[in-house]
Design a protein around this ligand. Sequence first.
Ligand SMILES: Cc1ncc(CN)c(N)n1
Length: 232
Amino acid sequence: MDKMEGKTRGEERKIGVIETWSRKHRLLFDGVTRHPLVLSIRDGSINIASFKKWLAQDYLFVRAFVPFVASVLIKAWKESDESGDMEIILGGVASLENEIAWFKREASKWGVSLSEVVPQQANKKYCGLLESLMNPEVGYTVAITAFWAIEAVYQESFAHCIEEGSKPPPELKETCERWGNEAFAKYCQSLQNIANRRLQKASDEELKKTEVMLLNVLEHEVDFWNMSQGNV
Ligand SMILES: Cc1ncc(CN)c(N)n1
């Protein structure tokens, strides 16, 4: 019988592969979404220099994220078994225009000159991973799962910063709301549903490849927070 971590594929299906992996790799997920930098936003102790560094580096990351999401859209068009996927991904591409404009406004508010930002090593490596995922040989299942993970970790991280009991600096509230809001959570859930549907039908080889990629994404996210804190 086809077994995964003591469960049959049938059992796996009931809760969804993403949920299974989130439980199996909880420590790594928490390493991203409960990173010391995230916790420092949540308790208000964040060093503003770290925030500014994150802002500038993330602006560059988001610019590289746009073509990655566009490549997921192309894969959906070519490979998806559900026409509705395209609208969800297209919504993601469209919202990135707004996001880039937000980064520019926020940078000018904080006196950060985006034209002079030099990408740091962790950022370059992460953008390199995005670029490798744009390869036409990378399948839709791997790519959509990566897309979900990259959005979902920000959703979870920033939602944590504004949950009950948090004390984020008032000037960072808008940033937290940007990814921590309900509508963004719903959008992440739509991506998760697509990823789960694809993973349910995936071969063992595709599942393995996707899980390895997911761990890779999470490690890059930890490195990105570390870089922003100046630890790399
Ligand atoms: C590093 C990183 N990871 C995720 C996101 C959310 N798109 C982001 N803006 N930057």
